[in-house]
Design a protein. Structure first.
Length: 574
Protein backbone atom coordinates (compact mmCIF):
# COMPACT_ATOMS: atom_id res chain seq x y z
CA UNK A 1 0.00 0.00 0.00
CA UNK A 2 1.43 3.42 -1.00
CA UNK A 3 2.03 6.23 1.49
CA UNK A 4 -0.84 8.24 0.01
CA UNK A 5 -3.18 5.27 0.35
CA UNK A 6 -2.12 5.05 4.03
CA UNK A 7 -3.34 8.61 4.51
CA UNK A 8 -6.82 7.67 3.33
CA UNK A 9 -6.77 4.56 5.55
CA UNK A 10 -6.04 6.75 8.58
CA UNK A 11 -8.92 9.00 7.68
CA UNK A 12 -11.25 6.01 7.46
CA UNK A 13 -10.31 5.14 11.04
CA UNK A 14 -10.86 8.73 12.16
CA UNK A 15 -7.18 9.25 12.95
CA UNK A 16 -5.45 12.65 12.54
CA UNK A 17 -3.02 13.28 9.69
CA UNK A 18 0.59 14.23 10.35
CA UNK A 19 2.92 16.72 8.65
CA UNK A 20 4.48 13.80 6.80
CA UNK A 21 1.02 12.82 5.54
CA UNK A 22 0.39 16.35 4.33
CA UNK A 23 3.71 16.51 2.46
CA UNK A 24 3.01 13.11 0.91
CA UNK A 25 -0.36 14.30 -0.38
CA UNK A 26 1.12 17.56 -1.68
CA UNK A 27 3.88 15.64 -3.51
CA UNK A 28 1.34 13.23 -4.99
CA UNK A 29 -0.91 16.03 -6.26
CA UNK A 30 2.00 18.06 -7.62
CA UNK A 31 3.33 15.05 -9.54
CA UNK A 32 -0.14 14.39 -10.97
CA UNK A 33 -0.34 17.96 -12.21
CA UNK A 34 3.16 17.80 -13.69
CA UNK A 35 2.44 14.57 -15.58
CA UNK A 36 -1.04 15.50 -16.75
CA UNK A 37 -1.86 15.95 -20.41
CA UNK A 38 -5.50 16.75 -19.64
CA UNK A 39 -5.81 19.42 -16.97
CA UNK A 40 -9.61 19.19 -16.59
CA UNK A 41 -9.47 15.47 -15.74
CA UNK A 42 -6.55 16.04 -13.37
CA UNK A 43 -8.45 18.81 -11.57
CA UNK A 44 -11.43 16.51 -11.06
CA UNK A 45 -9.15 13.83 -9.62
CA UNK A 46 -7.35 16.36 -7.42
CA UNK A 47 -10.52 17.92 -6.03
CA UNK A 48 -11.69 14.41 -5.02
CA UNK A 49 -8.43 13.90 -3.11
CA UNK A 50 -8.72 17.31 -1.45
CA UNK A 51 -12.25 16.52 -0.32
CA UNK A 52 -11.29 13.11 1.10
CA UNK A 53 -8.10 14.25 2.78
CA UNK A 54 -9.69 17.25 4.50
CA UNK A 55 -12.79 15.22 5.30
CA UNK A 56 -15.27 17.54 3.57
CA UNK A 57 -18.68 16.70 2.19
CA UNK A 58 -18.14 18.55 -1.11
CA UNK A 59 -15.46 20.51 -2.94
CA UNK A 60 -15.16 22.63 -6.08
CA UNK A 61 -12.78 24.76 -8.13
CA UNK A 62 -14.12 27.98 -9.63
CA UNK A 63 -12.06 29.87 -12.23
CA UNK A 64 -12.53 33.37 -13.59
CA UNK A 65 -13.75 33.17 -17.17
CA UNK A 66 -10.86 34.58 -19.21
CA UNK A 67 -13.15 34.85 -22.25
CA UNK A 68 -15.45 37.28 -20.44
CA UNK A 69 -14.61 40.82 -21.50
CA UNK A 70 -15.64 42.74 -18.40
CA UNK A 71 -14.26 44.40 -15.28
CA UNK A 72 -15.98 41.70 -13.23
CA UNK A 73 -15.63 38.41 -15.17
CA UNK A 74 -17.87 35.46 -14.38
CA UNK A 75 -16.90 32.55 -12.16
CA UNK A 76 -17.23 29.09 -13.70
CA UNK A 77 -17.02 25.78 -11.84
CA UNK A 78 -14.35 23.72 -13.63
CA UNK A 79 -14.27 20.70 -11.28
CA UNK A 80 -16.26 19.47 -8.32
CA UNK A 81 -16.73 16.47 -6.00
CA UNK A 82 -19.58 15.52 -3.70
CA UNK A 83 -23.25 14.60 -3.87
CA UNK A 84 -24.20 17.37 -6.32
CA UNK A 85 -22.51 17.99 -9.68
CA UNK A 86 -22.23 21.73 -10.28
CA UNK A 87 -19.63 21.54 -13.08
CA UNK A 88 -20.14 24.40 -15.51
CA UNK A 89 -22.12 26.48 -13.00
CA UNK A 90 -21.63 30.14 -13.86
CA UNK A 91 -21.86 32.92 -11.26
CA UNK A 92 -21.19 36.66 -11.32
CA UNK A 93 -17.59 37.34 -10.28
CA UNK A 94 -18.49 39.02 -7.01
CA UNK A 95 -21.01 36.38 -5.86
CA UNK A 96 -20.90 34.65 -2.47
CA UNK A 97 -17.97 33.51 -0.38
CA UNK A 98 -16.01 32.59 -3.51
CA UNK A 99 -16.37 36.11 -4.90
CA UNK A 100 -15.26 37.59 -1.57
CA UNK A 101 -12.25 35.26 -1.49
CA UNK A 102 -11.14 36.33 -4.96
CA UNK A 103 -11.74 40.02 -4.28
CA UNK A 104 -9.88 40.01 -0.95
CA UNK A 105 -7.26 37.45 -2.14
CA UNK A 106 -7.52 35.95 1.37
CA UNK A 107 -8.68 32.56 2.65
CA UNK A 108 -12.18 32.58 4.13
CA UNK A 109 -13.36 30.27 6.96
CA UNK A 110 -17.12 30.41 7.47
CA UNK A 111 -18.25 28.17 10.33
CA UNK A 112 -21.96 29.00 9.99
CA UNK A 113 -23.07 30.24 6.59
CA UNK A 114 -26.52 31.19 7.90
CA UNK A 115 -24.86 34.05 9.78
CA UNK A 116 -22.69 35.26 6.88
CA UNK A 117 -24.32 37.92 4.66
CA UNK A 118 -21.99 37.07 1.75
CA UNK A 119 -23.25 33.50 1.45
CA UNK A 120 -25.09 32.90 -1.86
CA UNK A 121 -28.20 30.99 -0.81
CA UNK A 122 -29.50 30.63 -4.34
CA UNK A 123 -27.07 27.82 -5.20
CA UNK A 124 -28.42 25.65 -2.37
CA UNK A 125 -31.95 26.53 -3.38
CA UNK A 126 -31.27 25.47 -6.99
CA UNK A 127 -29.41 22.23 -6.16
CA UNK A 128 -31.12 21.06 -2.93
CA UNK A 129 -27.73 20.81 -1.20
CA UNK A 130 -27.44 22.14 2.37
CA UNK A 131 -24.31 24.17 3.09
CA UNK A 132 -23.32 24.62 6.75
CA UNK A 133 -19.63 25.61 6.73
CA UNK A 134 -17.12 26.69 4.05
CA UNK A 135 -13.35 26.84 3.67
CA UNK A 136 -12.36 28.81 0.59
CA UNK A 137 -8.87 29.88 -0.55
CA UNK A 138 -7.79 31.91 -3.61
CA UNK A 139 -5.86 30.45 -6.53
CA UNK A 140 -2.98 32.88 -7.05
CA UNK A 141 -0.12 32.54 -9.51
CA UNK A 142 2.40 35.24 -10.35
CA UNK A 143 0.49 37.70 -8.18
CA UNK A 144 -2.68 37.20 -10.21
CA UNK A 145 -5.83 35.61 -8.79
CA UNK A 146 -7.35 33.20 -11.32
CA UNK A 147 -10.08 31.62 -9.17
CA UNK A 148 -10.76 29.89 -5.86
CA UNK A 149 -10.74 26.40 -4.27
CA UNK A 150 -13.69 25.67 -1.98
CA UNK A 151 -14.47 22.92 0.57
CA UNK A 152 -17.96 22.56 2.08
CA UNK A 153 -19.17 21.00 5.35
CA UNK A 154 -16.42 19.48 7.51
CA UNK A 155 -17.60 15.96 8.44
CA UNK A 156 -15.28 14.93 11.31
CA UNK A 157 -14.76 16.36 14.78
CA UNK A 158 -16.90 19.37 15.60
CA UNK A 159 -17.85 19.82 11.96
CA UNK A 160 -15.82 23.02 11.64
CA UNK A 161 -12.76 23.80 9.49
CA UNK A 162 -9.71 25.01 11.42
CA UNK A 163 -6.37 26.75 10.79
CA UNK A 164 -4.60 23.46 10.05
CA UNK A 165 -7.14 22.87 7.26
CA UNK A 166 -6.62 26.43 6.02
CA UNK A 167 -2.82 26.09 5.80
CA UNK A 168 -2.99 22.75 4.01
CA UNK A 169 -5.64 23.91 1.53
CA UNK A 170 -3.53 26.99 0.81
CA UNK A 171 -0.54 24.79 -0.10
CA UNK A 172 -2.72 22.56 -2.29
CA UNK A 173 -4.24 25.64 -3.94
CA UNK A 174 -0.78 26.98 -4.85
CA UNK A 175 0.05 23.72 -6.61
CA UNK A 176 -3.30 23.71 -8.43
CA UNK A 177 -2.96 27.37 -9.48
CA UNK A 178 0.48 26.76 -10.96
CA UNK A 179 -0.75 23.68 -12.81
CA UNK A 180 -3.71 25.59 -14.26
CA UNK A 181 -1.44 28.45 -15.31
CA UNK A 182 1.03 26.09 -17.00
CA UNK A 183 -1.78 24.25 -18.76
CA UNK A 184 -3.16 27.50 -20.11
CA UNK A 185 0.29 28.53 -21.29
CA UNK A 186 0.70 25.18 -23.02
CA UNK A 187 -2.71 25.58 -24.67
CA UNK A 188 -1.72 29.04 -25.90
CA UNK A 189 1.51 27.70 -27.37
CA UNK A 190 -0.37 24.91 -29.12
CA UNK A 191 -2.90 27.41 -30.45
CA UNK A 192 -0.14 29.77 -31.59
CA UNK A 193 1.59 26.94 -33.42
CA UNK A 194 -1.69 25.91 -35.03
CA UNK A 195 -2.32 29.50 -36.11
CA UNK A 196 1.24 29.80 -37.40
CA UNK A 197 0.79 26.73 -39.58
CA UNK A 198 -2.59 27.96 -40.79
CA UNK A 199 -1.11 31.34 -41.66
CA UNK A 200 1.77 29.67 -43.49
CA UNK A 201 -0.74 27.63 -45.48
CA UNK A 202 -2.83 30.74 -46.16
CA UNK A 203 0.29 32.58 -47.30
CA UNK A 204 1.16 29.72 -49.67
CA UNK A 205 -2.38 29.76 -51.07
CA UNK A 206 -2.19 33.52 -51.55
CA UNK A 207 1.13 33.31 -53.32
CA UNK A 208 -0.31 30.63 -55.59
CA UNK A 209 -3.13 33.03 -56.48
CA UNK A 210 -0.66 35.67 -57.65
CA UNK A 211 0.24 35.39 -61.33
CA UNK A 212 3.55 33.89 -62.36
CA UNK A 213 6.03 36.47 -63.70
CA UNK A 214 5.64 37.07 -67.40
CA UNK A 215 8.44 36.36 -69.83
CA UNK A 216 11.09 39.03 -70.41
CA UNK A 217 9.42 41.95 -72.10
CA UNK A 218 5.90 41.15 -70.82
CA UNK A 219 4.12 44.50 -70.41
CA UNK A 220 2.89 43.95 -66.83
CA UNK A 221 5.04 43.36 -63.73
CA UNK A 222 3.82 43.23 -60.11
CA UNK A 223 5.14 42.74 -56.58
CA UNK A 224 3.48 42.08 -53.22
CA UNK A 225 5.14 42.44 -49.78
CA UNK A 226 2.73 41.60 -46.90
CA UNK A 227 3.02 43.49 -43.62
CA UNK A 228 1.92 40.26 -41.87
CA UNK A 229 1.93 36.59 -42.77
CA UNK A 230 -1.08 37.05 -45.04
CA UNK A 231 -2.06 40.03 -47.14
CA UNK A 232 -5.28 41.81 -48.00
CA UNK A 233 -3.69 43.18 -51.19
CA UNK A 234 -3.56 41.37 -54.49
CA UNK A 235 -2.69 41.90 -58.10
CA UNK A 236 -3.36 39.83 -61.20
CA UNK A 237 -2.80 39.84 -64.92
CA UNK A 238 -3.41 37.47 -67.81
CA UNK A 239 -3.18 37.47 -71.59
CA UNK A 240 -6.50 36.65 -73.21
CA UNK A 241 -6.99 34.63 -76.38
CA UNK A 242 -7.74 37.85 -78.32
CA UNK A 243 -4.39 39.35 -77.30
CA UNK A 244 -5.72 41.82 -74.73
CA UNK A 245 -3.98 41.78 -71.35
CA UNK A 246 -6.15 42.01 -68.25
CA UNK A 247 -4.62 43.55 -65.11
CA UNK A 248 -5.85 44.51 -61.66
CA UNK A 249 -4.49 45.66 -58.32
CA UNK A 250 -6.63 45.84 -55.20
CA UNK A 251 -6.67 46.41 -51.46
CA UNK A 252 -9.18 44.61 -49.21
CA UNK A 253 -10.25 46.47 -46.07
CA UNK A 254 -9.03 45.03 -42.78
CA UNK A 255 -6.14 42.72 -41.98
CA UNK A 256 -5.46 39.09 -41.25
CA UNK A 257 -7.43 36.03 -42.21
CA UNK A 258 -10.78 37.74 -43.00
CA UNK A 259 -9.12 40.11 -45.44
CA UNK A 260 -7.12 37.24 -46.96
CA UNK A 261 -10.26 35.14 -47.53
CA UNK A 262 -12.07 38.05 -49.18
CA UNK A 263 -8.98 38.72 -51.27
CA UNK A 264 -9.00 35.12 -52.51
CA UNK A 265 -12.69 35.32 -53.40
CA UNK A 266 -12.46 38.62 -55.30
CA UNK A 267 -9.24 37.66 -57.09
CA UNK A 268 -10.69 34.36 -58.29
CA UNK A 269 -13.95 35.99 -59.41
CA UNK A 270 -12.13 38.70 -61.38
CA UNK A 271 -9.73 36.21 -62.97
CA UNK A 272 -12.64 34.12 -64.24
CA UNK A 273 -14.79 37.00 -65.52
CA UNK A 274 -11.87 38.82 -67.17
CA UNK A 275 -11.64 36.04 -69.76
CA UNK A 276 -15.17 36.84 -70.94
CA UNK A 277 -15.57 40.58 -70.29
CA UNK A 278 -13.34 43.18 -71.99
CA UNK A 279 -14.91 46.31 -70.51
CA UNK A 280 -13.38 47.10 -67.07
CA UNK A 281 -16.45 49.06 -65.99
CA UNK A 282 -18.73 46.09 -66.68
CA UNK A 283 -16.24 43.77 -65.00
CA UNK A 284 -16.27 45.77 -61.75
CA UNK A 285 -20.06 46.13 -61.92
CA UNK A 286 -20.49 42.34 -62.03
CA UNK A 287 -18.13 41.81 -59.09
CA UNK A 288 -19.74 44.64 -57.11
CA UNK A 289 -23.16 43.00 -57.40
CA UNK A 290 -21.78 39.75 -55.98
CA UNK A 291 -19.96 41.48 -53.11
CA UNK A 292 -22.90 43.65 -52.08
CA UNK A 293 -24.93 40.47 -51.64
CA UNK A 294 -22.37 38.45 -49.72
CA UNK A 295 -19.68 40.66 -48.15
CA UNK A 296 -19.47 41.05 -44.37
CA UNK A 297 -20.68 44.35 -42.95
CA UNK A 298 -17.99 47.01 -42.95
CA UNK A 299 -15.71 45.30 -45.48
CA UNK A 300 -14.99 46.61 -48.96
CA UNK A 301 -12.43 46.41 -51.77
CA UNK A 302 -10.64 49.27 -53.52
CA UNK A 303 -9.40 48.27 -56.95
CA UNK A 304 -8.02 49.43 -60.30
CA UNK A 305 -8.73 47.04 -63.17
CA UNK A 306 -8.22 47.38 -66.87
CA UNK A 307 -7.23 45.95 -70.23
CA UNK A 308 -4.12 46.71 -72.28
CA UNK A 309 -3.89 46.33 -76.03
CA UNK A 310 -0.13 45.74 -76.37
CA UNK A 311 -0.21 46.36 -80.11
CA UNK A 312 -1.53 49.92 -79.85
CA UNK A 313 -0.58 50.78 -76.27
CA UNK A 314 -4.21 51.60 -75.45
CA UNK A 315 -5.40 51.06 -71.88
CA UNK A 316 -9.03 51.04 -70.70
CA UNK A 317 -9.29 51.10 -66.91
CA UNK A 318 -11.80 51.64 -64.13
CA UNK A 319 -10.99 52.79 -60.60
CA UNK A 320 -13.21 51.81 -57.65
CA UNK A 321 -12.10 54.01 -54.77
CA UNK A 322 -8.42 53.10 -55.12
CA UNK A 323 -5.24 55.15 -54.96
CA UNK A 324 -4.98 57.11 -58.23
CA UNK A 325 -2.57 55.34 -60.60
CA UNK A 326 0.39 57.40 -61.79
CA UNK A 327 1.14 57.76 -65.50
CA UNK A 328 4.86 58.46 -65.87
CA UNK A 329 5.31 60.21 -69.19
CA UNK A 330 8.40 59.92 -71.33
CA UNK A 331 9.28 63.58 -70.61
CA UNK A 332 9.54 62.74 -66.88
CA UNK A 333 6.22 64.28 -65.80
CA UNK A 334 3.56 62.41 -63.80
CA UNK A 335 -0.23 62.37 -64.16
CA UNK A 336 -2.73 61.00 -61.63
CA UNK A 337 -5.68 58.94 -62.90
CA UNK A 338 -8.20 59.70 -60.16
CA UNK A 339 -10.90 57.36 -58.85
CA UNK A 340 -14.38 57.99 -60.23
CA UNK A 341 -16.45 55.48 -58.22
CA UNK A 342 -16.67 54.11 -54.66
CA UNK A 343 -15.04 50.83 -53.56
CA UNK A 344 -16.60 47.48 -54.39
CA UNK A 345 -19.09 46.16 -51.85
CA UNK A 346 -20.28 49.59 -50.70
CA UNK A 347 -23.08 50.64 -53.00
CA UNK A 348 -25.27 48.23 -54.96
CA UNK A 349 -26.17 49.31 -58.48
CA UNK A 350 -23.11 51.56 -58.79
CA UNK A 351 -21.59 52.22 -62.22
CA UNK A 352 -17.82 52.31 -62.83
CA UNK A 353 -16.77 54.77 -65.56
CA UNK A 354 -13.93 53.78 -67.88
CA UNK A 355 -10.86 55.93 -68.54
CA UNK A 356 -8.94 55.44 -71.79
CA UNK A 357 -5.28 56.39 -72.25
CA UNK A 358 -2.35 55.63 -74.56
CA UNK A 359 0.96 54.47 -73.13
CA UNK A 360 3.24 55.47 -76.04
CA UNK A 361 6.53 55.97 -74.18
CA UNK A 362 4.85 56.21 -70.75
CA UNK A 363 4.65 53.81 -67.81
CA UNK A 364 1.55 53.29 -65.66
CA UNK A 365 2.21 52.66 -61.95
CA UNK A 366 -0.47 51.08 -59.74
CA UNK A 367 0.06 50.81 -55.98
CA UNK A 368 -1.74 50.37 -52.68
CA UNK A 369 -1.82 52.82 -49.76
CA UNK A 370 0.78 50.70 -47.98
CA UNK A 371 3.28 52.48 -50.23
CA UNK A 372 2.19 56.06 -49.57
CA UNK A 373 1.52 55.48 -45.86
CA UNK A 374 5.01 54.11 -45.16
CA UNK A 375 6.81 56.41 -42.71
CA UNK A 376 10.14 57.99 -43.59
CA UNK A 377 13.07 58.53 -41.20
CA UNK A 378 11.28 61.62 -39.83
CA UNK A 379 8.15 59.57 -39.07
CA UNK A 380 6.19 61.31 -41.82
CA UNK A 381 4.08 59.49 -44.42
CA UNK A 382 5.85 59.02 -47.73
CA UNK A 383 2.75 60.27 -49.60
CA UNK A 384 2.43 60.40 -53.39
CA UNK A 385 5.27 62.90 -53.77
CA UNK A 386 7.62 60.57 -51.92
CA UNK A 387 6.61 57.67 -54.15
CA UNK A 388 7.24 59.78 -57.24
CA UNK A 389 10.76 60.44 -55.99
CA UNK A 390 11.31 56.69 -55.58
CA UNK A 391 10.10 56.11 -59.14
CA UNK A 392 12.44 58.80 -60.43
CA UNK A 393 15.37 57.29 -58.52
CA UNK A 394 14.68 53.92 -60.18
CA UNK A 395 13.65 55.37 -63.52
CA UNK A 396 15.73 53.19 -65.84
CA UNK A 397 16.19 49.51 -66.43
CA UNK A 398 13.74 46.61 -66.75
CA UNK A 399 10.42 47.05 -64.96
CA UNK A 400 11.02 44.16 -62.54
CA UNK A 401 14.34 45.63 -61.44
CA UNK A 402 12.78 49.07 -60.97
CA UNK A 403 10.06 47.65 -58.73
CA UNK A 404 12.65 45.71 -56.74
CA UNK A 405 14.58 48.93 -56.23
CA UNK A 406 11.48 50.77 -55.01
CA UNK A 407 10.56 47.96 -52.62
CA UNK A 408 14.14 47.85 -51.32
CA UNK A 409 13.87 51.56 -50.45
CA UNK A 410 10.50 51.03 -48.74
CA UNK A 411 11.93 48.20 -46.62
CA UNK A 412 15.03 50.01 -45.40
CA UNK A 413 15.33 50.21 -41.57
CA UNK A 414 14.75 53.98 -41.69
CA UNK A 415 11.34 53.44 -43.36
CA UNK A 416 8.46 51.95 -41.35
CA UNK A 417 6.17 49.56 -43.28
CA UNK A 418 2.71 49.97 -41.75
CA UNK A 419 0.64 48.08 -44.30
CA UNK A 420 0.90 45.61 -47.17
CA UNK A 421 2.94 46.93 -50.10
CA UNK A 422 1.74 46.05 -53.59
CA UNK A 423 3.05 47.58 -56.81
CA UNK A 424 2.45 47.12 -60.52
CA UNK A 425 3.95 48.78 -63.57
CA UNK A 426 2.46 48.55 -67.08
CA UNK A 427 4.37 49.60 -70.17
CA UNK A 428 4.81 48.46 -73.74
CA UNK A 429 7.87 46.36 -74.46
CA UNK A 430 11.10 48.36 -74.40
CA UNK A 431 9.81 51.40 -72.46
CA UNK A 432 12.38 53.03 -70.20
CA UNK A 433 15.11 50.61 -71.19
CA UNK A 434 18.48 52.17 -72.08
CA UNK A 435 19.09 49.96 -75.12
CA UNK A 436 20.39 50.77 -78.56
CA UNK A 437 16.86 51.54 -79.81
CA UNK A 438 16.60 54.51 -77.48
CA UNK A 439 20.18 55.65 -77.02
CA UNK A 440 23.10 56.53 -79.22
CA UNK A 441 26.61 55.34 -78.46
CA UNK A 442 29.24 58.08 -78.32
CA UNK A 443 32.24 55.86 -77.67
CA UNK A 444 33.29 52.62 -75.99
CA UNK A 445 36.74 51.46 -74.93
CA UNK A 446 38.48 48.76 -72.93
CA UNK A 447 41.62 49.27 -70.86
CA UNK A 448 43.71 47.50 -68.26
CA UNK A 449 42.87 48.23 -64.63
CA UNK A 450 45.92 50.45 -64.07
CA UNK A 451 45.85 54.14 -62.94
CA UNK A 452 48.26 55.22 -65.70
CA UNK A 453 45.69 54.12 -68.32
CA UNK A 454 43.19 56.78 -67.16
CA UNK A 455 44.73 59.77 -68.99
CA UNK A 456 43.19 58.95 -72.38
CA UNK A 457 39.92 58.05 -70.63
CA UNK A 458 39.68 61.49 -69.02
CA UNK A 459 40.40 63.19 -72.36
CA UNK A 460 37.70 61.22 -74.17
CA UNK A 461 35.12 61.91 -71.44
CA UNK A 462 35.80 65.67 -71.55
CA UNK A 463 35.59 65.75 -75.35
CA UNK A 464 32.29 63.87 -75.24
CA UNK A 465 30.87 66.19 -72.57
CA UNK A 466 31.78 69.26 -74.59
CA UNK A 467 30.15 67.74 -77.66
CA UNK A 468 26.87 67.57 -75.70
CA UNK A 469 27.12 71.32 -75.04
CA UNK A 470 28.33 71.04 -71.43
CA UNK A 471 30.18 74.09 -70.18
CA UNK A 472 33.75 73.83 -68.94
CA UNK A 473 32.76 73.50 -65.27
CA UNK A 474 30.25 70.68 -65.84
CA UNK A 475 32.59 68.89 -68.25
CA UNK A 476 35.37 68.91 -65.62
CA UNK A 477 32.96 67.57 -62.98
CA UNK A 478 31.95 64.69 -65.24
CA UNK A 479 35.61 63.89 -65.83
CA UNK A 480 36.20 63.84 -62.03
CA UNK A 481 33.20 61.53 -61.46
CA UNK A 482 34.22 59.03 -64.17
CA UNK A 483 37.86 59.10 -63.02
CA UNK A 484 36.82 58.40 -59.41
CA UNK A 485 34.58 55.55 -60.56
CA UNK A 486 37.43 54.00 -62.57
CA UNK A 487 39.82 54.32 -59.61
CA UNK A 488 37.27 52.55 -57.37
CA UNK A 489 37.20 49.64 -59.82
CA UNK A 490 41.01 49.51 -60.00
CA UNK A 491 41.57 49.76 -56.24
CA UNK A 492 38.60 47.86 -54.80
CA UNK A 493 37.33 45.43 -57.43
CA UNK A 494 40.82 44.43 -58.64
CA UNK A 495 42.68 45.44 -55.43
CA UNK A 496 45.16 47.54 -57.42
CA UNK A 497 47.06 44.61 -58.93
CA UNK A 498 46.36 45.57 -62.59
CA UNK A 499 45.21 42.04 -63.36
CA UNK A 500 41.89 42.78 -65.03
CA UNK A 501 40.17 44.93 -67.62
CA UNK A 502 37.65 47.75 -67.41
CA UNK A 503 35.16 48.72 -70.12
CA UNK A 504 33.59 52.16 -70.39
CA UNK A 505 30.68 52.99 -72.67
CA UNK A 506 29.23 56.49 -73.11
CA UNK A 507 25.77 56.91 -74.64
CA UNK A 508 23.10 59.60 -74.87
CA UNK A 509 19.32 59.46 -75.18
CA UNK A 510 19.01 63.13 -76.12
CA UNK A 511 18.28 64.37 -72.61
CA UNK A 512 20.95 62.54 -70.63
CA UNK A 513 24.49 61.34 -70.96
CA UNK A 514 24.97 57.79 -69.72
CA UNK A 515 28.29 56.38 -68.47
CA UNK A 516 28.48 52.61 -67.92
CA UNK A 517 31.51 50.91 -66.38
CA UNK A 518 31.90 47.12 -66.31
CA UNK A 519 34.62 44.90 -64.85
CA UNK A 520 35.38 41.17 -64.74
CA UNK A 521 36.16 41.01 -61.02
CA UNK A 522 34.50 38.92 -58.33
CA UNK A 523 31.07 40.25 -57.28
CA UNK A 524 31.53 42.95 -54.64
CA UNK A 525 29.47 43.48 -51.49
CA UNK A 526 27.23 46.36 -52.57
CA UNK A 527 26.66 47.42 -48.95
CA UNK A 528 30.36 48.21 -48.59
CA UNK A 529 30.30 50.88 -51.30
CA UNK A 530 27.52 53.00 -49.84
CA UNK A 531 28.57 56.58 -49.01
CA UNK A 532 29.46 57.24 -45.36
CA UNK A 533 29.04 60.38 -43.29
CA UNK A 534 31.66 62.96 -44.17
CA UNK A 535 33.10 63.02 -40.65
CA UNK A 536 33.77 59.27 -40.90
CA UNK A 537 35.76 59.44 -44.13
CA UNK A 538 39.53 59.04 -44.37
CA UNK A 539 41.62 60.94 -46.97
CA UNK A 540 40.95 59.41 -50.38
CA UNK A 541 37.53 58.12 -49.33
CA UNK A 542 35.41 60.84 -50.94
CA UNK A 543 35.01 59.11 -54.31
CA UNK A 544 31.48 57.78 -53.83
CA UNK A 545 30.37 61.15 -52.46
CA UNK A 546 31.84 63.02 -55.44
CA UNK A 547 30.16 60.66 -57.89
CA UNK A 548 26.72 60.91 -56.27
CA UNK A 549 26.99 64.68 -55.89
CA UNK A 550 27.85 65.18 -59.56
CA UNK A 551 25.58 62.60 -61.19
CA UNK A 552 21.78 62.63 -61.17
CA UNK A 553 21.46 58.86 -60.95
CA UNK A 554 23.83 56.04 -60.01
CA UNK A 555 23.12 52.33 -60.13
CA UNK A 556 25.52 49.58 -59.13
CA UNK A 557 25.03 45.84 -59.40
CA UNK A 558 26.35 42.48 -60.54
CA UNK A 559 26.40 41.44 -64.20
CA UNK A 560 23.79 38.81 -65.02
CA UNK A 561 25.42 36.78 -67.81
CA UNK A 562 29.04 36.72 -66.70
CA UNK A 563 31.24 37.42 -63.70
CA UNK A 564 31.69 41.08 -62.95
CA UNK A 565 30.12 44.29 -61.66
CA UNK A 566 28.67 47.35 -63.32
CA UNK A 567 28.18 51.01 -62.43
CA UNK A 568 25.79 53.13 -64.49
CA UNK A 569 25.82 56.92 -64.01
CA UNK A 570 23.46 59.44 -65.62
CA UNK A 571 23.57 63.20 -65.92
CA UNK A 572 20.91 65.43 -67.49
CA UNK A 573 22.07 67.66 -70.34
CA UNK A 574 20.34 70.68 -71.84
Amino acid sequence: MSSTANVYALLAKGEAYSLEDQLELLADVTQSFAESLEIEATLRNAIEKFMQYLDAEAASIFLLDTDTVADNPDLVCRACAGPVDISGLRLPGDTGIIGKTITSRCCQIVRDVSKDPDFAKQVDADTGFVTRSILCTPLIVRQKCIGALELINKRGGDGLFDDQDRHLLGALASSAALAIHNARMADRLVEQERMRKELELAREIQMDLLPAPGRDGFPVVGMNVPAREVSGDFYDFLRRDDGLIYFSLADVSGKGMNAALLMAKVSSLLHHLAREISDPGELLTRVNVELCESISHGMFVTIVAGFLDPASGRIDLANAGHQPPLLHHGDGSFEEIVATAPPLGVLAGCQFPVTTLKLNDSSLYLFTDGVTESLDENNRPLAVDGFIELVRAAEYGPAARRLQGIVAELRKPAVSQRDDITLMVIETDGDRRPDAMKTQQIFALHFRAEPERLGPVRALVKRAAQSFGCNETLADKLVIAVNEACMNVIQHAYHGDGSGEVSLEVRTNGTQVIFRLEDQADPIDLKCVQPRDLDELRPGGLGVHFIREIMDHCEMGHLEKRRGNYLEMRKAID
